[in-house]
Design a protein around this ligand. Structure first.
Ligand code: ING
Length: 306
């Protein structure tokens, strides 16, 4: 079975940009992707606003201006309408207010404009307070709760589609929980700055770690991965691009070249996973959960035996 998918990478969104401007860019890329024949489009994490967790924001009104209280809302409805007109489904990342709770959220919208799945980011990176000595801050723990929906997998026709968000993609547990639900395609968005923390790591490594995580996970869980960056220098801070579509072989099928709005697409042969699922990664035949207890029983590492 062939599935034609696209990834819509975004360039920077300025703090002063309106949702209307961001949605117009998303609609343009949706048109581009549909024009190429894609049936699914993956947009980035927090695709409607600038990556606001880079700042300490004390003003409640300003902070809440970065969140959506309804989805679709007045300003996002045009994206749903365009998707329905084009007959294309999409993944969209945004900041969600649900009652008195706040999440870093993504939704899966089918080609009729219906929301068929929701995910709330579980691995919330960074800090709750600004860190002395850090050249840039990463304050998602200040603004988002841990997601409460688990890692669900949704049926979209014959394809089982899962989602995650940014830092989730660095943790093998994210993919294995979905792999154990027979996921075929994982969509994810990310905003990944270079130069975070005291790491002072060489500038090429964030991009390397991005692809390393995605390629290993696609291979080890016999699934396709569609990963969309928000990229470029956004409010003075550089974020990696490297959006890509990764095959169950672990190979990058196509990747973005720019750090701007850029659509990439690929016709995925969904049977490519079969050879791996039937042999080397036949979970039922080869996995030994009785020896994996530490993964569930422990949070941090410890020198003591189990
Ligand atoms: N961004 C980052 C990511 O995991 C991060 C968090 C920042 C990790 C800087 C390492 C260095 O790609 C999000 N939004 O999770």
């Amino acid at each position: 079975m062939k599935l034609h998918i696209a990834v819509a990478q975004m360039g920077p969104i300025a703090r002063s940009d309106t949702r209307r401007q961001a949605v117009a860019r998303l609609c343009d890329m949706l048109e581009d992707a549909a024009g190429r024949g894609a049936k699914w489009v993956t947009f980035p994490e927090l695709a409607l606003t600038t990556f606001f967790p880079r700042w300490t924001i004390d003003d409640t009104q300003e902070l809440e201006s970065f969140f959506e209280t309804e989805m679709p809302g007045k300003e996002t409805q045009p994206l749903f309408d365009r998707a329905r007109k084009l007959g294309v489904g999409f993944y969209l990342g945004y900041a969600e207010i649900a009652g008195d709770r706040r999440f870093n959220t993504s939704i899966l919208v089918d080609s009729t404009g219906n929301i068929i799945g929701k995910y709330r980011k579980i691995h919330i990176p960074g800090d709750a307070q600004s860190q002395d000595g850090y050249p840039i801050q990463h304050l998602e723990k200040r603004y988002f709760e841990v997601g409460d929906l688990g890692f669900p997998v949704f049926d979209a026709g014959d394809t089982r589609i899962g989602m995650c968000i940014c830092n989730d993609r660095r943790w093998p547990e994210t993919y294995r929980v979905m792999g154990l639900q027979a996921v075929d395609l994982i969509m994810l968005g990310y905003n990944t700055p270079t130069g975070y923390g005291r790491l002072g790591e060489p500038r090429h490594l964030p991009l390397h770690h991005n692809h390393l995580s995605l390629q290993a996970s696609a291979y080890q869980n016999t699934c396709w991965i569609a990963a969309a960056a928000k990229a470029g220098v956004e409010e003075g801070i550089h974020m990696i691009g490297g959006s890509c579509i990764v095959a169950p072989t672990g190979e990058i099928a196509v990747q973005a070249l720019s750090e701007d709005d850029e659509v990439i697409n690929y016709v995925c042969d969904m049977s490519l996973a079969d050879g791996y699922r039937g042999n080397i990664f036949h979970f039922e035949r080869h996995r030994r959960p009785e020896h994996y207890r530490a993964i569930v029983d422990r949070v941090g590492s410890s020198r003591s035996p189990f």
